[in-house]
Every structure is written in C-alpha cells, then in structure tokens.
Design a protein. Structure first.
Length: 366
C-alpha cells in the first residue's frame, strides 16, 4: 500500500522520483479505504472448480493483510456441469446478472479446459466476451488467466493463439522486462511461474496488439497489460497454482495414458521435481507398466513432503500491487470504475508524455 507524504520530508520526493507510490495528504483524504469487491469468473471443469476457488482466494488473501476482500464467484451457464458441481454453483455462486447488478471493483477470470484449437467453438466464448466487454467499461481492472488471456486477445485484439508444439509444462524462470510499471514494483527481477499450456500468444502478437509485456521467459510472455496499462492484466502462466498442482496434473496425465496407450507415458513437469522425486516416479512407472502397481499406488504423499514452491511470493507481490492500484483508482461508488479525475485511457497516470500536440516556442520573429 502507498506511503502518505504528510510532511515535507525530502525522502518522500526522492522516493517518488525513484518510482515509488507516494500519495499527497490531500489525495489520501479523498481515497476511500473500504473492502474491495472482487469477482472470480470460474470456468474450470468440475474436478478443478473448488480448487481454483481456493487458489485465487488464497492468492488475493495472502497479498495484503490489512485490506478486506469480498470475493464473488460466478460461472457461465454454457459450461457443462455434473450434478455435484451444479449444486455447488446454485448454493454458493452468483449469476452474471447478479454480478452486474451489484458491481465489482476488480475481476479475475480463470482459465478453462478447451480441447479444440479454435476458441470460437468453445461453448462459453460468446458469454465470456459479454463478461469482458462489461467489465472493461464497469470494473476498475480485470485480470485474465491463461486461456482467458488467449480468448480476450482474440476477440478484443484479433490475435489468435498459436500452438507451441511440445506442451509448456512445468516451472520456468522469468525476468521483468519493464521495471517501472507499478504491478512489478518490489517484485524480484527474476522469478518463477508454473505453466501448463499447448498454445500461446507470442511476444510479437502482444506487441502487435499494443499490449505491453512486463515479464517474459524462454517460453514467451507471462505478464502483460492492455494499452491503457491497467484495465486488463494478462497472465499466460499459473502463479495461483498450489505446490501440488502440477503433481496432480501429472497423475491425471498418467490416468489418461492408462485409458489410451497411444498417448504415450507422460514426461514429468520441467524444473519442478527434485532428482530424488524423479527417481521415485520412475520407479513407480516401472511398477505400473509391469502391472506390479496401480494408479492408487501413486506416491503423492511421499513426494509432497519435499516439493518446493518457488513462485508464490512473487505472485503475492504482483497481486498486492494490483490490489493497491485498484484501491488508488476505484470509485467509492462501486457502480463506477474510477474515481473522479482518473483518465480511463491512463488510469495509473504512467503513460509517457506525448509532445506531438504542443506548440514549441521559437526564436523566430513574426
């Protein structure tokens, strides 16, 4: 959260010059410090529905221990659900109409499980487009995760995702490439992020769309922002993942292999497991293929004890920055996206100044 320059201490000006967020006393007095209302559009399949809730709720909750957050989950009717998931949604989720009626300060949109390459064929595509169009006009900032990023880049910017060949799956090192943006203030200049995807929006595609990449890796961009530098935030990775998430995905891939041997036995996620854990999983593979073990013998509990999480602290820092920026720009009236005086084309007031419209002085006599 920002510091308040409540005196003429020179360090306040120095910090502001260095890019730190410093509020004047006058602006602080007019800033409404209330609980933030954050929506979660959960598009994940039934098996991951509640885990996704917990992952994003935890990420928001851990980001700031002073602020209060009201989380509002909802989903889309076009997503096919089983009986248990339907009951969960009916009991605990709101409809999109209720979300629109209540209003939000910020919105998070999860990824989704889509098997076909053409996103327009996804049953929820039109509904997702409607949600994003509404949020862009009525919500201070919308954070898109993985497939949601791909869908928004397609219908809003005309950039279709591209297949990457071999699946990007594992934990990958990233570097911050724009160190001045408020979303990466205080974030390690190098940090890890889990990925699990067959497709991507390339760095060149982000650039063509006018979207600014803030962090990238050898497998492409992870963190980016829309042309206004805040109203849409894009993740291609999964910083919300729990330590065990990739291990559970690996177990699911083994299950799919057992159902269809043509798929081939899955490789382990990259840069995620220790040599000891890989040895344990290789031994399990040998026993499984020789019929000396079943999937019930998968050594999850043994491996979980030594799994490292190398991404959660940086994820918390980014989300904390995001929440802070929402606080500094959202309107006291939840029905309005920005407080009075905020420029929607530059909500954070960080765009470079353009001099093309100015008339410069001249020494010539007229």
């Amino acid at each position: 959260m920002p510091l308040i320059a409540h005196s003429n201490l020179p360090s306040f000006d120095r910090l502001k010059q260095q890019g730190e967020t410093i509020l004047s006393s006058d602006k602080a007095k007019h800033q409404d410090i209330r609980g933030l209302h954050i929506g979660l559009l959960n598009m994940m399949p039934d098996a991951a529905l509640e885990a996704t809730e917990r992952q994003f709720f935890r990420l928001v909750g851990h980001s700031n221990q002073i602020s209060q957050f009201y989380m509002h989950p909802f989903s889309l009717p076009s997503i096919d659900r089983g009986a248990v998931a339907k009951e969960h949604l009916q009991k605990h989720y709101k409809t999109f109409e209720e979300i629109k009626s209540h209003g939000l300060d910020a919105l998070i949109i999860s990824g989704a499980n889509v098997t076909q390459p053409d996103l327009k064929l996804a049953p929820f595509y039109k509904e997702l487009k409607e949600v994003v169009n509404w949020s862009y006009e009525n919500v201070t900032s919308t954070l898109c995760s993985c497939l949601a990023t791909h869908a928004v880049l397609e219908f809003k910017y005309g950039q279709k995702r591209l297949p990457v060949g071999q699946k990007h799956w594992g934990v990958f090192p990233h570097k911050v490439v724009n160190r001045t943006h408020p979303l990466v203030k205080g974030v390690n200049t190098r940090f890890d992020v889990p990925h699990s995807r067959f497709n991507e929006i390339s760095i060149d595609q982000f650039a063509e769309a006018g979207v600014s990449v803030l962090a990238e890796s050898s497998i492409g961009a992870h963190l980016a922002v829309s042309e206004d530098l805040f109203r849409l935030v894009f993740f291609q990775g999964h910083p919300e993942y729990d330590s065990i998430s990739l291990l559970k995905e690996y177990k699911r891939e083994i299950s799919l292999f057992l159902e269809n041997n043509k798929l081939g036995y899955p490789p382990t996620p990259s840069n995620y497991l220790s040599e000891q854990n890989i040895a344990i999983l290789n031994e399990f593979q040998t026993k499984l293929l020789s019929k000396k073990a079943t999937l019930k013998d998968f050594p999850e509990s043994l491996i979980l004890k030594t799994l490292d999480n190398t991404w959660h602290d940086s994820a918390n820092a980014v989300i904390n920055n995001w929440v802070g920026c929402v606080y500094q720009t959202t309107n006291e009236n939840i029905a309005k996206p920005f407080m009075s005086g905020i420029d929607p084309t530059d909500p954070l007031n960080i765009k470079p100044v353009s001099y093309t419209h100015l008339t410069l002085p001249t020494n010539r006599e007229v």
